[in-house]
Design a protein around this ligand. Structure first.
Ligand SMILES: O=C(O)[C@H](O)[C@@H](O)[C@H](O)[C@H](O)COP(=O)(O)O
Length: 258
């Protein structure tokens, strides 16, 4: 299926985290504009870790049409929304409390279902089906943008090295009860969802990502979860990293504007 071959990833490396924040803000703004011009809404999926903090360059930016944003979580911990482990809490603290996204357009897990992870996972999948299924008869949803982080072990969302969920090719949202990193219970987008997005952007910084970043970009065939993120044509994968994380990477950088 050569015509479905993914585009090569685009690697942007910035001098420091401020550079990432600025570059990411212009990238997201442009992605949003393209989506709004095409269909009047912008569907974005966020994750946890340090990612929510990296979105600060969007705050107060008049180009961002917050009322057109429809926000989902690429992964979420199965905890109350005000729990310190909640990705929603992190996103609220760093972004949603500072910008006017209508609450009804921020799609959280249903915390009435915290005691039944299977139901909670199904319910979240249904939220995605409501957003996407009627509009295009696509087998998998096409997010305008999915933003991801990567752990030092090469995991992304809650897809961990060697875990059976790496092979999930049917569900849109899956649950995991044995995450090697606490908390153990999470829900996560599956690879088919990630790899059908129009754009996927990883954000990674710091020295502790040097080895894993070079493995993912220079030796993707080792199959780390982050290396399995390869959006199908016409989707495109981007990496926003700092020079510290990229220090061992041989893969070519795309020049960034200064
Ligand atoms: O428990 C987890 O699974 C982590 O929170 C993880 O998802 C995180 O996003 C990455 O480890 C990258 O995190 P940083 O961007 O903060 O390094």
């Amino acid at each position: 299926m050569a015509h479905h071959a993914p585009h090569a990833p685009i690697l942007f490396s910035f001098r420091n985290v401020d550079g990432i924040v600025g570059g990411l803000a212009s990238f997201i703004t442009k992605a949003q504009k393209e989506s709004l011009d095409k269909k009047g809404r912008f569907t974005i999926a966020l994750s946890g870790g340090s990612l929510p903090k990296m979105l600060s360059g969007l705050i107060g930016n008049p180009a961002v049409k917050w009322d057109k944003w429809h926000v989902y979580y690429a992964d979420e911990r199965v905890v109350p929304l005000d729990h310190p482990d909640s990705n929603h809490l992190a996103c609220t603290n760093e972004l949603f409390s500072k910008v006017p996204i209508p609450v009804s357009q921020i799609h959280t897990i249903d915390t009435d279902l915290l005691n039944d992870i299977e139901e909670l996972c199904d319910a979240y999948e249904k939220e995605l089906i409501r957003e996407f299924a009627q509009k295009d008869a696509a087998r998998f949803p096409v997010f305008d943008l999915i933003l991801l982080g990567m752990g030092p072990d090469g995991h992304t969302v809650s897809l961990f090295p060697g875990h059976e969920l790496l092979a999930e090719d049917d569900r849109w949202v899956a649950y995991i009860e044995d995450s090697p990193k606490p908390p153990a219970k999470r829900i996560t987008f599956t690879f088919p969802v990630i790899n059908h997005a129009a754009r996927v952007a990883f954000v990674a910084h710091g020295e502790e990502k040097q080895d894993v970043l070079s493995e993912v970009l220079d030796d993707p065939e080792t199959g780390l979860p982050a290396a399995r993120v390869r959006p199908a044509h016409p989707g495109q994968l981007y990496w926003f990293v700092d020079d510290a994380a990229a220090a061992k990477v041989k893969y070519p950088r795309t020049p960034t504007k200064v």
